[in-house]
Design a protein around this ligand. Structure first.
Ligand code: ATR
Length: 286
């Protein structure tokens, strides 16, 4: 981005809140590196305004938009078509404007799988996966894990009914039987069977709490905490102490952004540049 002018291509992120989003930082870093005349802007969109905001993408000629909390499900009804994981999950984080036609998909699942492969040297196919949380983030990634060929999926959620509802949804759409388990009986799970443990809840974001007691972790677990913050979460720090391989949500943020960029521009962005921009932004937040 050399300077905004009459030819600048505009992309955006719609969410509420959106002021802490690091997506503008990484995408604008990529555009600068490539010397492209593009800009990516944050747009705070209230729930009651999301329909008109999505329609405005066409009117204003934005090339692409990321969608974040709380609009990932609500935007679907305003799109001309959805593709990829969204057909199963109903969750959208990426909209592309193809000559006035708005297409939506989610790169949360593909971003997670790619992040595990490229940053963790870990292939999810054939693995036994334990997931904490049954909310929006969990739904967005679970269908991709199923289609990527995980062997088993176990979901633990504070609200057990929500986990059962998710189990039913996954069964109806994919015929894959996920296991659900009660949060209060974590020690009765067969922890030795799990290869990958993912936290999709917000536990640990604003305090030192952890969703998984340290004594249940073993060094053979790969621990992925979707939460990221300067200095890492207690879950990540304890997993490292135990000797686990770990990744934080910063890696997911990067790769879901890489996958969105590919959908908008049909090529990979400069990943190292985007990663450096994110890491620098996190250092400033410390
Ligand atoms: P997101 O889109 O980030 O997934 P969400 O849909 O609100 O947000 O889901 C939040 C998830 O974090 C849920 O699984 C929630 O558990 P409940 O369904 O029981 O509410 C989980 N969560 C949030 N705070 C939690 C806490 N203090 N302890 C355990 N789970 C928590």
């Amino acid at each position: 981005m050399k300077g905004i002018n009459g030819q600048t291509t505009v992309l955006a992120i719609f969410g509420d809140p959106v002021e802490h989003s690091l997506s503008p930082v990484m995408h604008n870093a990529a555009f600068r590196d490539l010397g492209w005349n593009c800009v990516y802007v944050p747009c705070r969109v209230l729930t009651e305004d999301i329909s008109v905001a999505v329609r405005s993408i066409r009117v204003l000629g934005y090339k692409g938009v990321n969608v974040t909390i709380p609009h990932k499900q609500a935007v679907v009804s305003e799109l001309d078509e959805v593709f990829g994981d969204t057909r199963l999950s109903g969750s959208v984080n990426t909209i592309v404007n193809r000559n006035g036609k708005l297409l939506g998909t989610s790169t949360d699942g593909s971003g997670l799988v790619r992040s595990l492969r490229e940053d963790g040297d870990f292939d999810v196919a054939g693995k036994n996966v334990l997931i904490f949380g049954a909310g929006g983030s969990s739904v967005a990634i679970i269908f991709r894990l199923v289609t990527a060929g995980v062997k088993t999926l176990t979901v633990v959620n504070r609200d057990f009914t929500k986990a059962v509802n998710l189990q039913e949804k996954v069964w109806l759409r994919t015929r894959f039987a996920i296991n659900v388990h009660d949060t209060n009986r974590l020690e009765t799970l067969d922890w030795s069977s799990f290869d990958l443990v993912i936290n999709t809840t917000s536990v640990g974001l604003h305090n030192e709490a952890t969703i998984i007691p340290k004594q249940l972790l073993s060094r053979h677990h790969f621990v992925y905490d979707l939460v990221y913050k300067p200095g890492d979460t207690t879950l990540i720090n304890q997993a490292k102490e135990v000797g686990c391989r770990t990744l934080s949500g910063l890696s997911l943020l990067l790769y879901q952004g890489v996958e969105s960029f590919k959908i908008w521009f049909e090529e990979d962005p400069p990943i190292a540049v985007m990663r450096e921009a994110l890491e620098q932004a996190m250092r400033i937040r410390k």
